[in-house]
Design a protein. Structure first.
Length: 278
C-alpha cells in the first residue's frame, strides 16, 4: 500500500439516500477498494493491510459527525470527505419517521423542539454550514458537498457527476434504480406510536453476552415489524390528520432558511469551479 493512499469518505448525512447509494451505486465505482458501512469500524485496519492505493469508505453520520471526523483525521487527514444534505424540514421529517418506527419517540417535539431546545436533536444539530466548515477545517482536501434533491431529480446524473469528481467512472445504466421497499405509511407509524405506549420497545437494555444481546435485538426488531404489518389493517389512528403538523415543518423550514440557502450556494459555486477545472 502507498504511504498516503487516496481516500474518499462518504460521511452522510443519514436519510439522504444513503442506503441506496451504499448498496446500489458506490460498490460499482471503478478503481476503488470499497469499504461498506458495516465494515467502517475496521476501515483503518483494512487500509493498513491492503495493497490497494485508492479507497472509498461510506458511513452514516448525523450528530456523531464531528466525533467521527476527529477520529479519522488523526490517521488520514489527506482524505476527501463527501457530504449529502437534504432541506431541513424534509430531513427532520424523515428522521422523525425513523425514530417513530424504532419506538424512540412518540411526538415530533421529542425529536426537535424549536422553542425549548429539549429534543434529541438540538437546534445546532440542524445547522449544516457549520458542519461543512468543520469538515473543511479538519481535512486537507476540500469536501465534495451534494444535494439530496439533485439525486431525487436525476439519480443517474448525480451518480455520474460524483464518480467524475472522484476521478472514477460507473456504468449508471447497469445500476438498479427500482424501489427496494416503500416507506411505512403514516397509518402504520401512528399504530406503532399507539402500541409503544403499552409495549416498552424503546428501552435499550444492552446485555454483555453477545448471544443474549443478539436475541434481544432480534426479538425487538421482529416485534416492531409485526406491529407495522398489523398497522396496515388497523383502523386509522390519525383520522385524516397528518403525522407531522404542516405548520411545524414550515417553522423548521423558515427557521433554517438562511442556512439552507448558504448550503445550496456553496454546492452550486463549487460545481461551477469543478466544471471550470475540467
Amino acid at each position: 500500500m502507498a504511504e498516503h493512499p487516496q481516500i474518499y469518505f462518504h460521511l452522510g448525512l443519514g436519510k439522504t439516500g444513503t442506503t441506496f447509494l451504499q448498496y446500489r451505486a458506490f460498490p460499482y465505482f471503478k478503481g476503488f477498494h470499497y469499504i461498506q458501512r458495516t465494515k467502517y469500524r475496521r476501515a483503518k485496519e483494512i487500509i493498513a493491510k491492503s495493497n490497494a492505493n485508492r479507497f472509498f469508505i461510506s458511513f452514516e453520520c448525523d450528530q456523531q459527525l464531528e466525533r467521527v471526523v476527529k477520529d479519522w483525521v488523526k490517521d488520514h487527514p489527506q482524505t476527501t470527505p463527501i457530504l449529502v444534505f437534504r432541506r431541513h424540514d424534509s430531513w427532520i421529517a424523515s428522521q422523525f419517521r425513523r425514530f417513530l418506527k424504532n419506538c424512540n419517540v412518540t411526538r415530533f417535539e421529542e425529536l426537535l423542539d424549536l422553542d425549548k431546545d429539549t429534543g434529541k436533536f438540538k437546534r445546532k444539530d440542524l445547522l449544516f454550514m457549520p458542519m461543512i466548515r468543520m469538515v473543511e477545517a479538519s481535512f486537507m482536501s476540500k469536501p465534495i458537498v451534494l444535494l439530496y434533491d439533485d439525486m431525487r431529480a436525476d439519480p443517474k446524473t448525480f451518480i455520474s457527476v460524483l464518480a467524475r469528481r472522484m476521478s472514477s467512472s460507473v456504468d449508471v445504466d447497469s445500476l438498479d434504480f427500482s424501489k427496494k421497499h416503500s416507506s411505512y405509511s403514516d397509518r402504520q407509524l401512528a399504530f406503532v406510536r399507539k402500541v409503544s405506549h403499552y409495549i416498552p420497545l424503546r428501552n435499550k437494555v444492552v446485555y454483555s453476552n453477545r448471544g443474549i444481546e443478539f436475541l434481544r435485538k432480534s426479538s425487538v426488531s421482529w416485534t416492531r415489524y409485526l406491529i407495522l404489518f398489523i398497522g396496515k389493517f388497523w383502523p386509522d389512528q390519525l383520522k385524516g390528520k397528518p403525522l407531522i403538523d404542516a405548520a411545524t415543518l414550515k417553522a423548521v423550514k423558515d427557521d433554517y432558511s438562511q442556512d439552507w440557502n448558504e448550503v445550496v450556494e456553496y454546492v452550486r459555486k463549487n460545481q461551477v469551479i469543478d466544471a471550470f477545472h475540467d
